[in-house]
Design a protein around this ligand. Sequence first.
Ligand SMILES: [Zn+2]
Length: 143
Amino acid sequence: MMLWSGLSFLPDADVVGFALGVAYGDPWGHRGATHSIAFSVGLGVSIGLFGAVARWPVVRTAVTASLVLVSHALLDTLTDGGLGCALLWPFDLTRYFAPWQLIPVAPIGPWFFSARGMQVALTEIMLFAPLLLYALWPRTRRI
Ligand SMILES: [Zn+2]
């Protein structure tokens, strides 16, 4: 669960581009290529193949990794800030938003630890509390 959670953050590694002079709206800018379906599936398949070394089920690992990555981009389209996500990169550089922006956008970098960042984090915890509760709910194994 910790690996999948960590993987879900990977698309936002593109914020490193700010320090390297990559503009927000560039194809490799924030919420650009790393927030596309093609990137998610490509990296997901790579993780599935790499997982074969560890004897993980290749297809299930690839599909799960792809879904984890694409869910990040789709959830980002529900936020109320930024330029949207380049879901169809490299075929189309249009940045997309979902029809509804239900999630406040989190401040980037050290500003995440501001009062506004904490407000956004609390909002996200409240929005996703049912899923978190479901994930952590104790289960019994069927034999
Ligand atoms: Zn993101």
